[in-house]
Design a protein around this ligand. Structure first.
Ligand code: ADP
Length: 453
């Protein structure tokens, strides 16, 4: 086992990793930017090193400084969390070249599955259903138009390097196609330094269902069931739950088998997620894979009783998976809400600032993953995720009731958060009935919220 792990991240996920390390008797080193000096999670680390200025490119994305910090502090492994360098294959390679274990998949598997177009090609080869669309990247506008007409509008243009809902454009009519390609390319170039795009049919009223997988370096891969992340706003997840209320046992079995097949085909190890869209008829389509731990991993931890971060660390240390497909059991229902420092009344604009009052809920089956406390500060520089509220109950209706109770109990003042918005969504009869799709929020709530335009 490792002696000391450097955590190349911040906020709630840094704290989550520290907690797992503590229980494994592994020491922790946090790196932080000048903006995060004195941040609450740093107090929990055994050591904290400042690595640069507030802008991520000057600190949390500075791979050389992070590796130097690991060397200086005598760490033997790096956990990247999610975001920042978590899906950067060159970083994983660099860590390993410097004799540091990277807690994640191999750089090759990361490249293969992290690039959406190549992951799609692999999925097709392995007979994992993909959304109808281009064979590879888009080149010629004429050919693209012909393909779009064959598939039928609406279609979606996606950046192969895309993430976080960026680099995507929905195209409803042929006249909009070439403009949309240009826009998607531009956005992708700016955000990901890669202008490559491909095309997919736009699936009408889908649900987003993803499968958690984890494998060890000896080649064992298991799935840990699915998470339903259909409740999104602008293609960004807000609420996640497991099991999915919208799939039957057959679809679940096929989805999970497809996810394992894809990961085996990529010789994948460590934690990963295979994402699918499921249409109203129960047909499912692979959309992308995430080669890291995800924000919503606690939902899976609750229904399986497993600790995914500890499992990640163990397999990165060369140990076999601490469980097998046969011993994994699923029980109950878990729901997670993302509580962001954003103002739902003003188009979810970020609302950073000082928190004077932070009163998380409690009670049976309640988990709060957060760095929040009275007096903490939400920085305008980074992601606005302040807390993840997770509830676990024997059944979904009970989980919904518990979530509503917890959302009402949660107090965060004086900054604006997504709490009131989440209360309305979780209380909505269509959510309870499992009758939503990925456009539910836009349809139902965006017109109810005030606009500042
Ligand atoms: P990102 O990597 O930016 O998160 P994804 O490929 O995971 O992008 O897609 C994010 C979300 O966008 C999905 O959960 C879904 O809501 C929507 N989406 C993506 N592809 C399609 C599609 N072909 N049809 C309909 N919706 C889609």
């Amino acid at each position: 086992m490792f002696r000391r792990i450097l955590i190349a991240n911040r906020g709630e996920i840094a704290l989550r990793i520290i907690r797992a390390c503590r229980e494994l008797f592994v020491e922790t080193v946090c790196v932080f930017s000048e903006e995060d000096r004195g941040a609450p999670w740093l107090e929990q680390a055994d050591r904290a090193l400042c690595i640069g200025a507030p802008a991520p490119r000057d600190s949390y994305l500075k791979s050389d400084r992070i590796i130097a910090a690991a060397e200086v502090s005598g760490a033997d492994a790096i956990h990247p969390g999610y975001g920042f360098l978590a899906e950067n294959a060159a970083f994983a390679e660099k860590c390993r070249a410097c004799g540091l274990a990277f807690i994640g998949p191999s750089a090759e598997a990361m490249r293969l599955l992290g690039d959406k177009a190549s992951a799609r090609a692999l999925a097709r080869k392995l007979k994992v259903p993909t959304v109808p669309g281009s064979d590879g990247l888009l080149e010629d506008d004429e050919q693209t138009l012909a393909l779009a007409e064959r598939i039928g509008f609406p279609i979606i243009i996606k950046a192969t390097a895309g993430g976080g809902g960026r680099g995507m454009r929905i195209v409803r009519e042929r006249d909009e196609l070439s403009g949309a390609i240009k826009q998607a390319r531009q956005e992708a170039q700016t955000a990901f330094n890669n202008a490559d795009v491909y095309l997919e049919k736009y699936i009408d009223r889908p649900r987003h269902v993803e499968v958690q997988v984890i494998g060890d370096e000896a080649g064992t891969i298991v799935h840990l069931g699915e998470r339903d992340c259909t409740l999104q706003r602008r293609h960004q997840k807000l609420v996640e739950e497991s099991p999915s209320p919208a799939i039957d046992a057959r679809v679940r079995r096929d989805l999970c088998a497809s996810a394992v097949r894809l990961c085996k085909g990529a010789q994948y190890y460590n934690a990963g997620t295979v994402e699918f869209l499921v249409d109203p008829k129960g047909r499912y389509y692979f959309i992308e894979a995430n080669t890291r731990i995800q924000v919503e991993h606690p939902v899976t931890e609750m229904v399986t009783g497993l600790d995914l971060i500890k499992a990640q660390i163990k397999v990165a240390a060369g140990e076999p998976l601490p469980f097998s497909q046969k011993t994994v059991e699923f029980r109950g229902a878990a729901i997670e809400c993302r509580i962001n420092a954003e103002d739902p009344d003003h188009k979810f604009r970020p609302c950073p600032g000082q928190v004077t009052k932070f009163r998380p809920p409690g009670g049976p089956g309640v988990r709060v993953d957060s760095y929040g406390h009275d007096g903490c500060r939400v920085s305008p520089r980074y992601d606005s995720l302040l807390a993840k509220l997770i509830v676990f109950q024997p059944t979904r209706p009970e989980a919904i009731r518990s979530m509503l109770r917890c959302l009402n109990e949660f107090v965060i003042e004086p900054i604006k958060t997504t709490l009131p918005f989440l209360r309305r969504m979780i209380a909505h009869p269509d959510f309870a009935a499992g009758k939503i799709d990925t456009a539910f929020v836009e349809r139902t709530f965006d017109r109810m919220t005030k606009s500042d335009e």
